[in-house]
Design a protein around this ligand. Structure first.
Ligand SMILES: Nc1ncnc2c1ncn2[C@@H]1O[C@H](COP(=O)(O)OP(=O)(O)OP(=O)(O)O)[C@@H](O)[C@H]1O
Ligand SMILES: [Mg+2]
Length: 210
C-alpha cells in the first residue's frame, strides 16, 4: 500500500510535534514509515533549506525564493519520496506543495496557477493522498513558535520574522486550499491540547490504512 501524507499549517501549529506521534502509532501497527520534511529531506535539498531559512543575507526576490523551494522539492521527490512510495513505505512529510501555494502564492502574491503547474512538474504529478491542515490563529502560532525558539535556543528564521499580517494571509490561504480540495484535506483544530490533536490525526489517517 502506498500512502503519502503531508502536514501543513502556519508556524507553531504543531506539525513537528504531531509527526513523530503518528509515526510511532503507525509503527506500533507494523506499518513501515519514513518521516521527512520540506524544504530539505536529502543532502541537496538540505543545502537549499539553509539558503531559504537563513536570515542573514540580502532580501530574497520572491521569484528566487519560489524556484529554490521548487528545486529542493524536485530533488526530495526523486531521491526520497517516490522511491519510498514504490516500496510501499508510508511517507509522512512536514510541509509540501501546499506550503508553497499558501506562502509564496497566496501570502506573497505570486501567481498560484503558475505555482501549481511547477508543483506538478517537480512532483511528477504525485499528489499527497491525505493532507492534514493544522489550523490555528496566527497570533497563537507565532506565540508558540517564539516560545519554542527561546526554550530551545533556536534563532528565529527568515519566515518567522514576517509580519503577523503575512501569517494571517498564510492561514487564510491554507483554509482556502482545504475548502477547494475537501477530498484530500482534513482540517484539524490545532489549538486543542497535544493529545487531542494527536487523536484527531489518528482518526483522520485510520481510514487510509488497509
Ligand atoms: N497542541 C499544542 N498545544 C500547546 N502547545 C503546542 C501544541 N502543539 C505543539 N505545541 C508547542 O508549540 C511549539 C511549536 O510546535 P511545533 O514545533 O510542533 O510547530 P510547527 O508547526 O512544526 O512549527 P514550524 O512551522 O515553525 O516548524 C512547540 O514548542 C510545541 O511544543
Ligand atoms: Mg516544524
Amino acid at each position: 500500500m502506498s500512502l503519502f501524507i503531508t502536514f501543513e499549517g502556519i508556524e507553531g501549529s504543531g506539525k513537528s510535534t504531531q509527526i513523530p506521534l503518528l509515526a510511532q502509532k503507525l509503527r506500533d501497527l507494523h506499518h513501515p514509515v519514513i518521516v521527512t520534511r520540506e524544504p530539505g529531506g536529502c543532502p541537496l535539498a538540505d543545502r537549499i533549506r539553509r539558503l531559504l531559512l537563513c536570515p542573514d543575507q540580502e532580501p530574497m526576490a520572491p521569484e528566487a525564493e519560489l524556484m529554490l523551494y521548487m528545486a529542493a522539492r524536485a530533488q526530495h521527490m526523486r531521491e526520497v519520496i517516490l522511491p519510498a512510495l514504490v516500496k510501499n513505505i508510508i511517507v509522512l512529510c512536514d510541509r509540501f506543495s501546499d506550503a508553497t501555494t499558501a506562502y509564496q502564492g497566496i501570502a506573497r502574491g505570486l501567481d498560484t496557477a503558475f505555482i501549481e503547474n511547477i508543483n506538478r512538474f517537480v512532483t511528477s504529478g504525485r499528489r499527497p493522498d491525505l493532507t492534514l491542515l493544522f489550523d490555528l490563529p496566527a497570533e497563537e502560532g507565532l506565540r508558540r513558535s517564539r516560545r519554542r525558539n527561546q526554550d530551545c535556543g533556536i534563532e528565529t528564521d527568515r519566515l518567522e520574522r514576517e509580519s503577523l499580517d503575512f501569517h494571517r494571509r498564510v492561514r487564510e490561504g491554507y483554509l482556502r486550499l482545504a475548502a477547494g480540495d475537501p477530498e484530500r484535506f482534513r482540517t484539524l483544530d490545532a489549538s486543542l491540547p497535544v493529545a487531542a490533536v494527536s487523536a484527531a490525526v489518528a482518526a483522520a489517517v485510520l481510514p487510509f490504512l488497509s
